[in-house]
Design a protein around this ligand. Sequence first.
Ligand code: ATP
Length: 340
Amino acid sequence: MSHVVLNGVTKRYGPHVALDAVDVSVAKGEMLALLGPSGCGKTTLLRCIAGLNDADAGTISIGGADVTRMPARKRPIGMVFQSYALFPNLSAAKNIAFPLTVRRRERRAAAARVEELLALVGLEEHGHKLPNQLSGGQQQRVALARALAPDPEVLLLDEPLSALDAQVRTRLRDEVRRIQHQVGITTVFVTHDQSEALAISDRVAVMNAGRIEQCATPPEVYAAPSTRFAAGFVGNRNTLELPVADGRVAWGEAFDVEAPSGDRALCLFRPEDVEIGADGPGLAATVDVKVFLGAVTRVYATHDGTTVFADVPSRSAAGLSDGQEVFVRVAPDHVQVFPA
Ligand code: ATP
């Protein structure tokens, strides 16, 4: 069942179209990531759902009710920002209690709810501390608990992890996912970090220039990008522009696939899908350099001035040396082809 539905949502800033007739829906209890480069409209879309931006056209509904003209404070949403936005002079517990006191909840019920939320985000021992006595990750947990306090229908997260350092960030990412599952709350999560989007969400909406280019599960977006942009933005890919002949495009004996119309085609394939063998079949190439990455080793190989990179299990890559002649091949169904 669709819980949040956007239909034709458009937002302009002067002549600039920040959102171009966006249609998207989020199922009840689902976590949707909005993923895209800086300026593609992710935050604008989130702010339209929150009611912090007015859409110029289109409609937004939450739980079947049209909220397009509803002011932000009346919408059943909780929001977490990149900057935490905690009240610096209030303890963690009082920050979390704030939306409850504003709503005049009975005091004892509010206190119990604050305890429950502190436990949910793993801060039982820290309720009395001021924000500046907490780490960045802890402050963001407080912000998350505060957003959940009034029991909103929908949680909106705007790059909530981007101010944190890498290790804390990964831990809190998984923690956000656990909490979201536990609470079962419909969530929209903005990020420009593809690994974050793939790790945390049920579906990813890949955005570019005010539009959603693809909206699908992480494995689908990763393995079968529907547009050239999605293919280039999600994951690492080799990109070769090759001539089309008789409706097919080939890179020597490495692969030969059906081509779209046009004289030339772009062929994209992932480094883990490139096989490198000491023997054929395949296209003869020379190993330029190997980069040890842990479980895999990235092997750069060149044929006739064209270089591709392959992620080879490090155990197999140990047998390859710089300057060695090898054979490169890619299974046809691992090559995505777009018009050049
Ligand atoms: P980032 O990851 O950098 O936050 P984003 O994808 O969230 O990017 P938005 O903040 O939604 O992008 O902005 C989309 C476009 O709209 C950008 O080109 C931005 O410059 C423009 N924009 C956003 N807010 C305003 C505003 N208040 N006035 C004018 N232009 C704006």
